[in-house]
Write a protein that binds this ligand. Structure first.
Ligand SMILES: Nc1ncnc2c1ncn2[C@@H]1O[C@H](COP(=O)(O)OP(=O)(O)OP(=O)(O)O)[C@@H](O)[C@H]1O
Ligand SMILES: [Mg+2]
Length: 214
């Protein structure tokens, strides 16, 4: 059985994560891998309920962070961990870096508290004590907020975060940059301003470089 691989896709709203998820999944499946495509917050019935609350209702930043991590725990235990144990590839549209970027960077919430929640929630039975489940690879779709906003304009009704200001998204981008700097071996930055095909090729190259796709 092949080893499971956990790949997260990150970036601000409108950066192009969802646009490239299925093509990445198709390339992995064509290489004979079983792929689970999922998202955060969400990915289980309970976590999807929590998503609706967290994205739809105004609340203080700690409440929001607790809902995000509660959803993450349910998702990890019921979807991600079983998939990795089967040897599948998990493609996840956002994971914990998004919490650090949005709640930490965007909302200015205490990153030490987020780090404590991360340590509780991402300690899973399959890993030795002290180790946390993290993505094996994070594809960071990096795009200037003004360009992302222009791409999203008219595409759909904005949720609570999508209707935030460009300044908010500048802080989110900085939040991603901080996380990438702390974990350079896990992050691959993709220039998401490029045309779709070039973005996809860069994302595929990152997966290919790990030897996970032919
Ligand atoms: N490389 C690209 N060039 C131009 N437009 C793009 C490109 N990639 C995606 N788009 C368009 O930009 C919009 C946002 O893309 P997408 O929905 O994939 O972003 P996202 O990162 O998933 O955003 P969200 O976090 O809000 O779900 C879509 O309308 C999509 O068609
Ligand atoms: Mg999306």
């Amino acid at each position: 059985m092949p080893a499971g691989h956990f790949i997260s896709l990150e970036g601000i709203d409108g950066a192009g994560k969802s646009s490239h998820l299925e093509a990445l999944a198709a390339a992995l499946r064509a290489s004979g891998r079983s792929v689970v495509v999922t998202r955060e917050p969400g990915g289980t019935p309970l976590a999807e309920h929590l998503r609706k609350l967290a994205l739809g209702e105004p609340m203080d930043a700690l409440t929001e962070a607790l809902l995000m991590f509660a959803a993450r725990r349910d998702h990890l235990i019921h979807v991600i961990e079983p998939a990795l144990a089967r040897g599948d590839v998990v493609l996840c549209d956002r994971f914990t870096d998004a919490t650090f970027a949005y709640q930490g960077g965007g909302r200015g919430f205490d990153r030490n508290v987020l780090g404590q929640l991360e340590a509780w929630v991402q300690a899973v039975p399959a890993l030795a004590a002290g180790r946390l489940r993290q993505p094996d690879l994070t594809l960071w779709f990096d795009l200037a907020p003004a360009i992302a906003a222009a791409r999203l304009a008219g595409a759909r009704a904005p949720d609570k975060f999508e209707s935030q200001s460009v300044a908010f998204f500048e802080r989110v981008v900085q939040g991603y940059a901080d996380r990438a700097q702390r974990d350079p071996g896990r992050f691959v930055r993709i220039d998401a301003e490029q045309a779709r095909e070039a973005v996809l090729q860069d994302a595929l190259a990152a997966v290919r470089n790990r030897g996970w796709v032919a």
